[in-house]
Ligand binder design. Structure first.
Ligand code: PGA
Length: 250
């Protein structure tokens, strides 16, 4: 059985007092939810404050990005060692905003994934097609390209979770239908089976991301190949994120 993951991507939101208020609002509502892995991904400047707040709880901490070098003259970058030092066990890699706005490529995503795994950080690898790519029928081709690029030279997927995030569904309110999500996840799992074998395919968690909300999470989580959600907007309020964590598959 794959343990579902509900992960909140706080993106570029939250000062320290706001982050403390948010996490302190979430913790009491999710503390008995042992059947779900709960992850929050705050911005770098509030990681240590959130790390303090979640100590001893069932919530894990993720960074939103990581550089591949351990230290050195790389002004503005943050290394895997620093991310771990700040209390993170997970890191989001290759989010479409990084790909689209900050020049991230399959090659740089691959370097980050390898660096994360080398330092025992669990990589939440984001992939997904644009609207044009979906319309032109190339969704699976794009997913395959992103998977093979990001995982090039990665031999073991034990430290990897894949997040399928169609770009057209992120922040738009246009969630993929449950069937579209499940279909893409099935493709991803099939690719993993072909390249890593049956046990890697049945063990890997595949999250959906893109306009997941309290009113659509239950149907999504009922899909057989959907193992959780990576959530932006709805993770910024304690009540809505808590509701997502406490999903009830229908
Ligand atoms: P959204 O973002 O939930 O606001 O659509 C999802 C994401 O970018 O991970």
């Amino acid at each position: 059985m794959r343990k579902p993951i509900i992960a909140g991507n706080w993106k570029m939101h939250m000062t320290v007092p706001e982050a403390r208020e948010l996490i302190n609002g979430i913790l009491p509502n999710v503390k008995t939810r042992d059947s779900v892995e709960i992850v929050v991904a705050p911005t770098f400047t509030v990681l240590t404050s959130v790390a303090d707040a979640i100590k001893g709880s069932n919530v894990s901490l993720a960074a939103q990005n990581v550089y591949w070098e351990e230290s050195g003259a790389f002004t503005g970058e943050i290394s895997p060692l620093m991310v771990k030092d700040a209390g993170c066990s997970h890191v989001i890699i290759g989010h479409s905003e990084r790909r689209q706005l900050f020049g991230e490529t399959d090659e740089t995503v691959n370097r980050r994934v390898k660096a994360a795994l080398k330092h025992s950080l669990h990589a939440i690898l984001c992939i997904g097609e644009t609207l044009e790519e979906r319309k032109s029928g190339s969704t699976f081709k794009i997913l395959e390209k992103q998977l093979s690029g990001a995982l090039n030279g990665v031999e073991d997927l034990a430290g990897v979770t894949v997040a399928y995030e169609p770009v057209w569904a992120i922040g738009t309110g246009m969630k993929a239908t449950d069937e579209q999500a499940n279909e893409a996840h099935g493709f991803i799992r099939g690719w993993i089976r072909d390249n890593y074998g049956a046990s890697a395919a049945s063990g890997i968690r595949i999250l959906y991301g893109g306009s997941v909300k309290p009113d659509n999470v239950d149907g999504l989580m009922a899909q057989p190949d959907v193992d959780g959600a990576l959530v932006g907007g709805a993770s910024l309020k304690a009540d809505s994120f808590s509701r997502l964590v406490n999903f009830k598959p229908v």
